[in-house]
Design a protein. Sequence first.
Length: 177
Amino acid sequence: MASRHSPVQALEQPVTLWRVGHPAYPLWTGLGASIRGGRWNSPGHPVIYASVHYSLTLLEVLANLSAKSVPRGFVRSSMRVVKGVSIERVNPMHVPGWRGPEHPEATRFGDRWLEEGRSLLLFVPSAVVEGLEENVLINPNHPEFANTQIAAPVPVDWDLRLFPSPASVRASRGSRE
C-alpha cells in the first residue's frame, strides 16, 4: 500500500499561517481542538488548525459555525514559521473518506501523527474547498514549536456581505425574477 503521507521534509521557505477564533480559547495552544476534536484529531489531542491563506481560514470558520449573522468577538492572528522546520503532507488518495461528514480514517491519521510527533506541520486537504487547497495542522507539543513567531490577535473585521439580512436576500431574489 502506498504511503498516506510524504516523508518528513524540511520547510523550504518561511511561511505565514493564519488562525481565526474566539478568544475564549487561546488561538495557538490547541486547546479548542483538544476539547472538541476535529476532522484530523479526536478530543484529548491538542492540535492547531491553520491555513496559509487568511481567506481559507475565514471560510473554514464560517463552515464550522454555520453562521447566519456576524460572529461576535472573533480575532485573527498570524504565525511566522521559519525555514527548515519539519513538515509532512497528507496524500488524500490514501485516507478514505477524509472529506465526508464521518471521517474516522482522517481522525486516526491525525491522532497518530500527533502521538508520534513526526513533524511540526502537517499539510492536509481542506474539505471546504474540495481538497484544492490545504490547511496546516500544527503540533503545539513538538520541540520545533519554539521556532515560530506569533502576532498579537486583532479583531476580525467581517465583510457584511457574507451575512445578508433576510430582507436583502428577498430583495436580491426579487431582482432576478
